[in-house]
Design a protein around this ligand. Structure first.
Ligand code: PLP
Ligand code: ZN
Length: 424
């Protein structure tokens, strides 16, 4: 094979095997490739780049012999083979719980909750951050940073602390107090920006362009970051006994997670790790920030940005980077994208807690509420096996339900008072 490209190959400066089976960056729009590195936009068409791989043979046995965290899938990720030896929070392999009570309540035959609230910083973001951290290390970044709607900042700050790398995290200043504290506890450098998430994101891109040595997990190392979401798809398939579900409901902020769960399912099929079968992917948004749902419903191929106004702040991205890909995947697989009101989100948080003992944040409330709506409107087939993803923990968004739940009665410490209160 002759190499015709005259440009130097910066990959040569990386450690041998730094990115495992990853070979190159590929433009999702025009297919142009370039070398692995801190790049996120195609130099031909400005389309988003994603990781291209050369997978060798990967077997179920090899994966099952791995650790009970995302590194069991390292043969499918852009990480070095010795990834387990670098300090990180070891996220993943969270529980997949059969939700019989919620299924009965909604009239579904078989329902599972993939509960990512049990990750180290209590959201699915620990998965994506672990991959971004590995890339940042291999790229010799000096600062580990992100613009965030909350959970990402928590995960970056914690992972950076453990890895001993300087962190700077940027959030919209109107974020819930628990999410601010959950970042500030791990880092001195929490920066609150007066603006929406989309303003924060723009600022981050500017800093990434001006400053050297900054790895913004979801900006200049986004192709690596995004691959972390694939592990959700791998785990669901493995935990179902190496099969794909029939239907899956996934929350949509930037749309990256939904896109990569689909990529994961496709890879598993291609590698022969699961049998090929049809599955439908549904996207969930809150009505107060539902640009993708709006585009889906009106049959548009473009996603028109909105200014978010919803309690589901972790999903409040008005200009979602992967919105158009979410539309494609929902349409291709026979799914839909649906949205629900803040009140429906609150009700669904309580519903999940009271049926399954799982306390989810507003993003999970959105997803469960959308599951309910999809079932009621007949968009989802109740006889098919369904998975719903809970992406974050309710303790981070307590305010959302403090008006909904509380003490049934306040009584004197006497048996008479208890009887008078008619609790049972
Ligand atoms: C970030 C986030 C999501 C969705 O993220 P995408 O940007 O769509 O990948 C979902 N749930 C929670 C709790 C999140 O923090
Ligand atoms: Zn391109």
């Amino acid at each position: 094979m002759t190499v015709t490209e005259s440009a130097p190959r910066p990959t040569a400066t990386f450690r041998e095997g730094a990115f495992g089976p990853a070979r190159e960056l590929v433009c999702r729009e025009c297919g142009t490739t370039r070398e692995l590195g801190p790049h996120y936009a195609c130099h031909e068409c400005f389309g988003p780049l994603e990781i291209g791989y050369d997978f060798g043979t990967v077997t179920r046995e090899q994966i099952e012999a791995g650790p009970a965290n995302i590194w069991r899938y390292k043969a499918l990720l852009p990480v070095p083979d010795d990834i387990e030896s670098s300090p990180n929070l070891e996220p993943g392999f969270t529980r997949l719980l059969e939700a019989k009570n919620l299924a009965a309540q909604l009239g579904l035959t078989r329902l599972w909750v993939k509960d990512d609230s049990t990750n180290p910083t209590n959201s699915f973001k620990d998965r994506v951050v672990a991959i971004a951290l590995s890339a940042a290390r291999e790229l010799d970044a000096k600062v580990f940073a992100c613009p965030s709607t909350g959970n990402l900042a928590n995960a970056v700050a914690a992972a950076g602390a453990r890895a001993g790398i300087r962190t700077v995290v940027f959030i919209p200043s109107n974020l819930e107090t628990p999410k601010q504290v959950n970042s500030a506890i791990y880092t001195e450098n929490l920066v609150a920006v007066d603006g929406t998430y989309d303003d924060v994101n723009k600022l981050a891109s500017e800093i990434a362009g001006e400053e050297d040595g900054w790895a913004f997990v979801n900006v200049n190392v986004r192709p690596f970051y995004a691959e972390g979401s694939k592990t959700l798809g791998y785990e669901i398939a493995e935990q179902l006994g190496w099969r794909l579900p029939d239907q899956i409901v996934i929350p949509v902020a930037s749309g990256s997670q939904l896109t990569k769960v689909h990529k994961a399912f496709q890879e598993l099929i291609t590698l022969g790790l699961v049998e090929e079968k049809p599955y439908r992917i549904f996207g969930a948004q809150a009505t107060g920030c539902s640009p993708v749902s709006a585009a889906f419903k009106s049959g548009h191929d473009v996603v028109r940005p909105v200014r978010p106004d919803t309690i589901a702040k972790s999903l409040a991205i008005g200009n979602p980077a992967d919105g158009v890909y979410v539309l494609d995947i929902a349409r291709q697989t026979g799914g839909t994208v649906e949205d629900v009101s803040d009140d429906e989100v609150r009700d669904a948080i309580v519903l999940l807690a009271r049926t399954e003992g799982i306390f989810t944040e507003t993003a999970g409330g959105t997803t469960v509420a959308v599951l309910k709506k999809l079932t009621e409107t007949g968009q989802l087939d109740p006889t098919l096996e369904t998975v719903v993803i809970n992406t974050g923990h309710g303790l981070k968004t307590l305010d959302a339900v403090t008006d909904r739940v509380g003490a049934r009665a306040t009584i004197a410490p006497t048996y008479d008072a208890f009887v008078a209160a008619e609790i049972v």
